[in-house]
Design a binder for this molecule. Structure first.
Ligand code: ADP
Ligand code: GN1
Ligand code: MG
Length: 357
């Protein structure tokens, strides 16, 4: 976005700082102000079609969290996001239909972790996401708007892939026959969580739904988890989505877009570290069925993400930000490689969960 436009938007939040692009997210346009620190984000309105509903979720959830954090002698300014309202008291500013902006207080002395996956970091990430889940366990789930309907409905994601194959909008289907076959042949367990929610055997909870490790801020010095961010997809869901998605990224020995697939493996020790942190916060509230499905959830979320990358590749890269021509295909191959490895290790992962209980 050009500087003049950014300054105009910033003025709407009563701010007059220098602004620069910031972070490594795939969805929103993120900027940071230079002197007093604020985060300015243009909400991706083709992904989030009801930005007002989304901001209502974020305001409600962060206000709820702030009370909980204050009650336990935490720091409500640091341990959850703070929405800065516009001059007329709104949680976001509509410049026009496609340009909707919000500002958060910058959380100082923290870092986002993109690739460092030590056992300590993964344990802390588990504590961070588990604690988030625990604090929201009595938030009224019916109050939340579904910001992306069917976000983790894996069978619907498979249907979207099939639609993309038939449309073949970018003429790429012939290049990815192997990947398509993998996606369609490995789908027999893909409805496990959706079916469980439907038949009542898996409870609906308030979930984050996008638990990449870079959606937690860690303390710069102690590397303890400080704040769960990127609250756009906080919605009703299954805790298995949050557990599985965190390990999809956190449990891989490589980055999500690594092209050398020999480097892409699922690390069982890392799984155990994350699970230990996560379960230290959530163990008592998880049902036997949820505990049993923790390993499958990692395979499922990795598979689903691979399906989404492949679909976007076939659609001509319209959803995820890409930085090179075949980026989404590289990401899909990487995720499918990981699915194979997780499948081979699934039984061992279940025994690790049992040990932790
Ligand atoms: P996206 O949805 O595009 O992933 P995020 O909300 O995750 O966007 O923001 C992108 C990056 O910006 C984060 O990974 C983090 O590094 C940084 N960031 C976002 N909000 C804050 C904040 N309040 N304080 C400090 N850094 C932040
Ligand atoms: C997106 O916004 P970000 O970068 O945290 C995506 C996730 C995917 C992830 C893959 C709203 O996450 O669902 O798992 O990319 N978020 C949305 O890296 O689609
Ligand atoms: Mg993010």
């Amino acid at each position: 976005m050009d500087h003049e436009l950014l300054n105009k938007v910033f003025f709407q939040f009563n701010l007059t700082e220098e602004i620069a692009p910031y972070g490594n997210g795939h969805i929103n346009d993120t900027y940071v102000a230079s002197t007093q620190r604020y985060i300015l984000q243009r909400i991706n309105t083709s992904v989030f079609q009801d930005p007002d509903g989304l901001m209502e979720n974020i305001v409600n959830v962060t206000e709820f969290l702030k009370k909980k954090i204050a009650d336990t002698q935490g720091d409500p300014e640091r341990e959850t996001l703070t929405v800065i309202p516009t001059k007329d008291g709104k949680p976001c500013y509509h410049l026009d239909e496609n340009n909707v902006f919000r500002v958060y207080q910058f959380i100082e002395d923290t870092i986002s972790i993109e690739s460092e996956k030590t056992p300590e970091i993964l344990y802390e990430a588990g504590v961070g996401f588990g604690h988030f889940q625990k604090m929201l366990s009595d938030f009224p789930v019916w109050k939340l708007h579904e910001t992306i309907p069917d976000f983790h409905n894996t069978p619907k994601r498979i249907q979207a892939l099939k639609d993309a194959i038939s449309r073949d909008a970018a003429g790429r289907a012939k290049l990815v026959q192997k990947e398509i076959a993998f996606a369609l042949e490995n789908a027999e367990w893909a409805d496990t969580v959706v079916n469980g929610i439907q038949d009542g055997s898996i409870p609906v909870r308030v979930t984050h739904n996008d638990t990449k490790i870079n959606n937690i801020l860690f303390d710069r010095q102690t590397k303890k988890a400080v704040c769960v961010i990127d609250l756009d997809t906080v919605m009703p869901g299954s805790i298995l989505y949050d557990f599985g998605d965190a390990l999809r990224m956190g449990g891989s020995t490589a980055d999500e877009d690594e092209v050398n697939l020999d480097l892409v493996r699922f690390d069982e020790a890392t799984f155990a570290s994350f699970a230990r942190g996560f379960l230290s916060e959530t163990k008592d509230s998880l049902t036997a069925r949820e505990l049993e499905l923790l390993p499958l959830s990692v395979k499922l979320m990795t598979y689903e993400c691979g399906v989404r990358f492949l679909t976007d590749y076939l659609n001509g890269d319209t959803y995820f930000k890409i930085h090179r021509e075949h980026h989404n295909l590289d990401r899909a191959r990487n995720q499918f490689r990981l699915v194979q490895d997780i499948a081979e290790k699934e039984e061992h992962l279940l025994s690790l969960v049992k040990q932790l209980l």
